[in-house]
Design a protein around this ligand. Sequence first.
Ligand code: MG
Length: 153
Amino acid sequence: MMRIGQGVDVHAFAEERPLILGGVRISERGGLAGHSDADAVLHAIVDAILGAAGLGDIGHYFPSDDERWRGASSEVFVHETLRMYGGKIANIDVTIVAQRPKLAPHRQAMKSSVAQLLGIPEERVNVKFTTTDHLGFLGRGEGICAMAVVLLA
Ligand code: MG
């Protein structure tokens, strides 16, 4: 049986925080608001894995009102999710929708980081970037949206 899952996450900018996406520290400012480190990419990946495995969603396991996760690295969520799922990932495709900042220079670092976190070869990880052509809240640069699709092995 093939099992596929999707995850979507949006966070608003919080300029004074570091920007962390896919486990990569992109910049020391211009980050995202959130209870944890607000890594929208890893949150979308966690939801995609949970979805594929039929295990619910990220808010069920890592609620934003739980003091344990205040300022937590979202890598912890990925590790815990993989432990709960207990299987392997076939491949993953990530799309990041952001009008700013320019993320393409960080593509390889994100690929490597996600591959390492998931324990799969880099060629099974794809990271894409797009904008909304200045439309809507993402186009106005109010936040970042991350989407992930995962196929379980
Ligand atoms: Mg989130």
